[in-house]
Design a protein around this ligand. Sequence first.
Ligand SMILES: Nc1ncnc2c1ncn2[C@@H]1O[C@H](COP(=O)(O)OP(=O)(O)OP(=O)(O)O)[C@@H](O)[C@H]1O
Ligand SMILES: [Mg+2]
Length: 260
Amino acid sequence: MHIEKLTILGGVGKSGQPEPVAEISLKMGDVISVVGSTGSGKTTLVDDIALFADRNTPTQRQVLINGVPAPEEFTNDPSKNPVAFITQHTNFLSDLPVNEFLKIHAGIRRRDNISSVIEETIDFSNKLTGEPIDPENAMTELSGGQTRALLIADAVIIGNSPVILLDEIENAGIHRTKALELLRGYEKIFIFVTHDPRIALLSDFRVVMQNGAMVKIIEAHDGEAKVAEEIKKLDDMILHCRKLIRSGERLDEDIFKELR
Ligand SMILES: Nc1ncnc2c1ncn2[C@@H]1O[C@H](COP(=O)(O)OP(=O)(O)OP(=O)(O)O)[C@@H](O)[C@H]1O
Ligand SMILES: [Mg+2]
């Protein structure tokens, strides 16, 4: 099924009040963020999307694909499910080597040129994280950052999923601005649950959650892209310091002169 549009129809917040945002409509190519304090309902919102909620979850939201409820095959047949959900707590149970794991997935997805698809996936994953993956490594040996990066690459390239949900990638050692740039090269709907100002400001718009409800939609504007640029510089500085500290170096004030 070709997906053009995903619609979220509002339900109720935690105290049963109707959600201030009654409808959100997403088209292919949109990158949006979900923001809000801890416990405000961000994960619950993306869960509703992953479940194709049909007024049958505690939030009573409804998710429509191309204007109608999702066909049952989306939930019954994993290979037809258009949504890839990369959750907050992802651990692999499989101790297969990375390349074997990807090979099996590519086989299930009936992809041609399996070896080049695997190579592309690992390359893409390595662009997202600072720690390149050895394809011979077991899945269980990957770090948190490598795991997230591989799952994103797998969803984008092997799964070719049109809708990708990412629940808080920030703590996982992923190059955020780069990830966003790379992901924008693919015509998909990306929904980021995030506490990261860069991801939020570089999205097309953000949904603000409060007390379990979607309370506001904020469209990005040019000024925010400039703020994001400045944040990126600060963040790169911190990343650089972290890298030096991790590799056992000492830091002094000159480092800021070098970096500016
Ligand atoms: N609309 C709602 N109706 C009823 N319960 C809700 C609603 N939205 C969220 N909840 C409940 O509130 C709790 C917190 O929600 P959730 O885990 O989605 O928050 P979060 O914003 O993802 O938090 P964190 O930042 O800690 O990950 C959960 O138990 C969830 O089931
Ligand atoms: Mg959450």
